[in-house]
Design a protein around this ligand. Structure first.
Ligand code: MRU
Length: 352
């Protein structure tokens, strides 16, 4: 499994996902601005992965701050944190990581600046390592919902590449494969960035997990033909009532799954749950440039000047979600109560 992001001395190296699967190129970040740029430009993407990138970017930024006092350091660090938080709006993991780094700074207010800088670097390494462990635990909990001899449909890429490693939705699939279950995967291609075609198939093929890509529009037909047993997707933000923001197209997959009585599960770490967002209507949905729709690569495929809309996430109401697979177990409906209870009983982990 390729690492998504890593420290190399004083540099953060990010596997450039825009180039996959054709090229394995590393994008070098020498300062926090490079990391923000990498997140905005989709060099790295996927909710947990951009959370890890934010933590590493802030550690990088902090190391360049020359401050004589804690208040001076804190005010400059807070400015970096604010810019990092705004890099992409929908995935709450980004905000979660920024807030975790800010809390650490506050806890170390009586320490010399050099100590705080080192602690931030260490914290970013911990966040990265924890993410892989959390995904393995999600995979373990998800095992029981994967039937033997089943075909699982997934949307976008919620795999190793969307996290620090192993993946969430693909983490469950990996765990099932490792446990010897006879499974195969159907990957929606996921227009317009084609994360399903370029990334999900790439990483599953590297692990010898059988995968077939389909055009997004084919999901309904396969379900009607009885060819899909289970749907598992990732999430960018889960509201307090269980509504799920995920890659555009997830909502229609959930509706199709309900119509065809196919279980629809969401796999995500607790850092994707946002108890401060009451429901899906309050989740900000990122709009990206219309050219991402009207072009493929550099080739213009629409008539010049055509109007295009490009919301890149959608909201799946919680009533269509069979269960949310987290590192704390599978959360069943009713979500408002069960999410609140899960967060309460995992509070130290949730807000360390
Ligand atoms: O625009 P992207 O590629 O960052 O969107 C990614 C997704 O929607 C994923 O499904 C989600 O972040 C979960 S990743 C474990």
């Amino acid at each position: 499994m390729l690492p998504t992001i890593k420290w190399e001395g004083e540099i953060v190296s990010i596997l450039d996902q825009r180039k996959l699967p054709a090229k394995k190129e590393w994008y070098t970040c020498r300062n926090y601005r490079d990391v923000i740029n990498a997140v905005k430009k989709m060099v790295i993407r996927g909710a947990p992965a951009i959370g890890v990138a934010a933590a590493m970017g802030l550690a990088l930024g902090a190391s360049c701050i020359r401050a004589r006092s804690f208040p001076d350091f804190k005010s400059r660090f807070s400015l970096l944190a604010e810019q990092m938080r705004l890099a992409r709006p929908t995935a709450v993991n980004l905000r979660w990581a920024v807030e975790r780094m800010l809390r650490l700074v506050d806890r170390l207010a009586d320490q010399p600046v050099a100590e705080i800088q080192q602690a931030l670097r260490k914290e970013s390494e911990i966040i990265l390592a924890e993410d892989i462990e959390i995904n393995k635990t999600i995979g373990h909990h998800g095992l029981r919902i994967v039937p033997e001899h089943s075909t699982i449909l997934t949307h976008c890429n919620a795999g190793s590449l969307a996290t620090a490693g192993y993946g969430t939705a693909l983490g469950v699939i990996r765990a099932a494969h490792e446990a010897g279950k006879d499974i195969q995967v159907v990957a929606d291609e996921t227009r317009p960035w084609l994360q399903g075609l370029r990334l999900t198939t790439f990483e599953l093929m590297e692990d010898n997990i059988p995968v077939t890509v389909i055009a997004d529009n084919a999901a309904g037909t396969l379900m009607r033909q009885g060819k899909i047993d289970l749907v598992i997707t990732g999430a960018d933000r889960i509201a307090a009532n269980g509504d799920v923001a995920n890659k555009i197209g997830t909502y229609q997959v959930a509706l199709l799954a309900r119509t065809h009585r196919i279980p629809f599960y969401v796999a995500a770490p607790l850092s994707t749950v946002d108890p401060a967002t009451p429901d899906g209507n309050a989740i900000p949905v990122e709009q990206r440039p219309p050219e991402e729709i009207t072009r493929i690569g550099r080739t213009v495929i629409g008539p010049p000047g055509v109007n295009a809309l490009n919301p890149v996430f959608d909201i799946t109401p919680s009533k269509y979600v069979t269960g949310i697979i987290t590192e704390a177990g599978i959360i069943p409906p009713p979500y408002r109560k069960n999410i609140r209870d899960t967060i309460r009983s995992n509070l130290p982990r949730f807000s360390s």
